[in-house]
Design a protein around this ligand. Structure first.
Ligand SMILES: *Cc1c(COP(=O)(O)O)cnc(C)c1O
Length: 396
């Protein structure tokens, strides 16, 4: 492996130099106004990135998985019914977490490669006339399959059924990279981590709670200690945590929010869209297909690429690491060996993406796949050249 090459895994993502520096700081008193000068702006920055005026932001020393646990344990009680679709490894793992907490999960099995079935959600919620379902889980971006789902459609399903269930959204591989509208979509808990769109090392679970989710903390009886949002809220009021915060990472988060907001959220989203379109142009030029079933669910943060039958897609990832010192993502769960993944989120430019596309081509050619060297690179170059010219015209 090389420390120089960018990574093309869908998280952790490449860390910009300025964020590495922001994380590297001397020890300060983590129960002092000085820590407050990091904590409060970081929370305000996250709230803006969620496009929310009112979400209460909590940041735990943890990872995205801890964010799932925060959502569930603070608001629900053992035996509560929840509704979730399983369309990939991450939605599967969130369901597993809920089951281990004694929740009764109604699972809608959905083919891997498809988005969340909002129409099935609507039918199930409409049939639940006693309102036994307390929460609906939605994985915004299924990182295992490269599928982005329509959260507004899930909200419409809840509204069409006039159902009061809370809406919990896993935005770990979408937030800060693609559009996320906490208020407009009526999200009750949004979950992410530090090591994807926020371009930081792993180590923070970042969650937003709506007023309704905060209210549910009064009735939910699942045990919680480390992830108790009320303990956290009391800590924040005193510029502190109930325990020791990851101060350097928090400083990095504050800086990451500043970076993203200075670039402009819409520009960040457009950059992710452009880079992803170039990767997809390359995949098309290779004559290959995405795991994502159709363009309406293509993810702008990760592409899962199907390899021909009889070929082990994981070999590409192993070979890329061993021969070229470059990291791609393996297929997970049901699609293990059938897909490899190119992560294209976080701190990335067109030029960096071209190097990943070129490396993937070398690996596939080395391994005997029928790939014309340069074909994907040329397709992406064409796209980036034209797109950049268009964006410059639009800006002029
Ligand atoms: C990465 C990821 C997770 C898990 O987050 P961790 O930080 O590894 O705990 C959950 N959901 C999605 C969609 C992810 O991409």
């Amino acid at each position: 492996m090389s420390f120089q090459n960018p990574v093309f895994i869908p998280g952790p993502t490449n860390i910009p130099e300025s964020l590495r520096k922001a994380c590297d700081m001397p020890t300060i008193d983590h129960r002092s106004p000085l820590f407050g000068q990091i904590l409060h702006p970081a929370r305000a920055g996250v709230r803006k990135i969620l496009k929310s005026d009112s979400a209460e932001i909590f940041i735990f020393p943890s990872s995205g998985t801890g964010g799932w646990e925060t959502a569930v344990t603070n608001t629900l009680s053992a035996g509560d019914k929840i509704l979730a679709a399983r369309n990939g490894m991450f939605s599967h793992r969130w369901i597993d977490l809920c089951q281990r907490h004694g929740l009764d999960v109604q699972i809608v099995d959905t083919p891997w490669g498809e988005g969340l079935p909002a129409d099935r959600y609507e039918e199930i919620l409409t049939a639940d006339t006693n309102h036994e379902i307390k929460a609906v889980l939605a994985t915004h971006n299924e990182t295992a399959t490269g599928v982005l789902s329509d959260i507004a459609a899930v909200r419409r399903a809840l509204d069409a059924a006039s159902h009061p269930a809370m809406l919990f959204v896993d935005g770990v591989s979408s937030i800060a990279s693609v559009d996320f509208r906490f208020d407009e979509w009526g999200v009750d808990v949004a979950v992410t981590g530090s090591q994807k769109g926020f371009m930081l090392p792993a180590g923070l679970a970042i969650v937003g709670f709506s007023a309704k989710a905060m209210e549910a903390t009064q009735t939910g009886t699942l045990p919680r200690t480390f992830f108790d949002v009320h303990d956290m809220r009391k800590g924040y009021a005193n510029n502190a945590y109930p325990y020791t915060p990851a101060v350097g990472l928090m400083n990095g988060l504050n800086e990451a929010c500043t970076m993203l907001l200075n670039e402009g959220l819409e520009n960040v989203f457009a950059r992710h869209r452009r880079i992803a379109e170039g990767v997809r142009a390359a995949v098309g030029a290779w004559g290959m297909e995405l795991c994502a079933a159709n363009p309406s669910v293509y993810s702008d943060t990760v592409s899962a690429i199907r390899t021909p039958d009889g070929f082990n897609a994981t070999d590409i990832v192993t070979h890329a690491a061993e021969k070229y010192g470059v990291a791609f993502g393996v297929g997970l769960g049901e699609v293990a060996g059938k897909v490899f993944r190119i992560g294209h989120l976080g701190s990335l430019t067109d030029v960096m993406a071209l190097s990943g596309i070129a490396t993937a081509e070398m690996c596939m050619a080395d391994l005997g796949l029928d790939i014309q060297l340069g074909s994907g690179v040329a397709a992406a170059q064409d796209y980036y050249r034209g797109q950049t010219a268009q964006e410059q015209r639009d800006a002029a």
